[in-house]
Design a protein around this ligand. Structure first.
Ligand SMILES: [Zn+2]
Length: 402
């Protein structure tokens, strides 16, 4: 778990504590405004919880995180919104119906209690803002600012309670104001939850745009799936693809590029998860350099060359994984064998153009330009102990079937 996700849990706990204290103070004083604000704190618990889940989910890179949790989170929010709206209605209803001179009890104790609440909220808001700015988490910063604005309603409630000293009875009016604020929060939580539950995926135009970006990269061989989902106000895109890059660090560089491209184009997306795996070819093409005398043509008895750029012929071999069969497809004459310069590199390019996946030979490529060229083109280099082409094909066949 990322360390700053803890702060969102603290926010949950602080709001939970505030809810309890406000409710208790509301009970002993008979202040409707305090009871209304207790429900407000309950709504805050729900939104802090959503922020916590958002941070945790956005940090996950794997599929292990159960998908159902997103739905549970939104379902909990939906049910809570009903409760919040109902409670706001009850408070508002009572504020309107009860006599405006209903007395407030324990004014001194409640005043101290509210001041204590304000101190706790102010300190926590400062702490949360500091962490939020440090780690660059917009949701933590927003939560901290919200806690700070809540201080204002505490202040208004306090004024309402102290006003009883001067013979005024403002508590009912304050309760009405708080009830309206709480109702607004309830509606907001309701709408967000419904939106997410009804529209679990991103719109078609966005998904199609992402598909086009993926298709514009040659390294992406196949797009297995593109999925979008929301969690609270977080938008995620999950992509599964196969790549023709065999080395994982290369694949990682390319997927990071793709991620940035998508985020640049669609700034409303918060996180992209790309799962990639190398493509599984059914048939791989293997090339082997052969020594063939001038008066002979290449065949299975031809010996495998210890040269690469100088080899007169290359055998092109199909290794079929689904049929579990190794067979010679053709023989290619080496067009560069009499060239003076860089013949090794040119032959490597020639094989690359013929979609060769692997060079199997008795050549030592160590430190040679042709070896680097093959590596750069993602052509695997394999050493064989076989002397003739026929022998090598038999070996490859045994490897394939073992
Ligand atoms: Zn609040």
């Amino acid at each position: 778990m990322i360390p700053y996700a803890r702060v969102a849990i603290y926010s949950c706990l602080v709001n939970l504590a505030l809810m309890g204290i406000k409710y208790f103070l509301g009970e002993i004083s008979g202040s409707l405004a305090l009871k209304a604000d207790a429900i407000h704190s309950f709504a805050d618990v729900i939104s802090s919880g959503a922020i916590f889940l958002g941070i945790v989910i956005s940090a996950r890179k794997t599929k292990i995180f159960p998908e159902g949790l997103y739905k549970v989170e939104n379902l909990v929010a939906l049910l809570s919104s009903f409760f919040i709206l109902f409670a706001a209605y009850e408070i508002g209803h009572e504020a309107l119906l009860s006599p405006s001179d209903t007395p407030i009890f324990n004014v001194q104790l409640v005043t101290i209690g509210i001041i204590l609440i304000m101190v706790v909220a102010a300190l926590f808001s400062r702490y949360e803002l500091k962490v939020g700015l440090e780690v660059g988490s917009p949701s933590l910063v927003a939560d901290a600012r919200h806690v700070k604005t809540d201080l204002l309603s505490c202040l208004v409630i306090l004024v309402g309670i102290i006003s009883t000293y001067m013979g005024y009875h403002l508590d009912r009016y304050v309760a009405l104001i708080v009830a309206v604020i709480v109702a607004q929060m309830g509606v907001q939580i309701f709408l967000e939850a419904v939106k997410v539950l009804l529209d679990a995926t991103l719109d078609y135009a966005t998904l199609d745009g992402i598909r086009k970006i993926l298709e514009s990269h040659d390294e992406v061989v196949e797009i297995i799936s593109i999925g979008g989902r929301n969690s609270g106000r977080f938008k995620f895109v999950e992509i599964s693809l196969t790549t023709n890059l065999k080395r994982l660090n290369e694949a990682h560089v390319v997927t990071s590029e793709i991620e940035e491209e998508i985020l640049d184009r669609y700034p409303n997306i918060d996180k992209i998860l790309i799962h990639y795996e190398p493509e599984h070819k059914n048939v791989e093409i293997v090339a082997t350099p052969l020594d063939v005398k001038d008066d002979e043509s290449p065949n299975e008895k031809s010996s495998i060359s210890q040269h690469f750029g100088d080899a007169p012929y290359f055998a092109i071999i199909d290794r079929d994984f689904s049929l579990k069969k190794v067979s010679i497809r053709s023989y290619m004459e080496n067009p560069f064998k009499d060239v003076d310069k860089k013949k090794g590199v040119r032959v490597a390019e020639f094989l690359f153009e013929h979609a060769v996946d692997e060079v199997r030979s008795r050549v030592d490529f160590e430190g040679k330009g042709s070896g680097y060229a093959l590596e750069a083109m993602n052509i695997a280099i394999v050493t064989t102990s076989a002397n003739t082409l026929g022998e090598m094909i038999k070996q490859m066949g045994r490897n394939l079937n073992s």
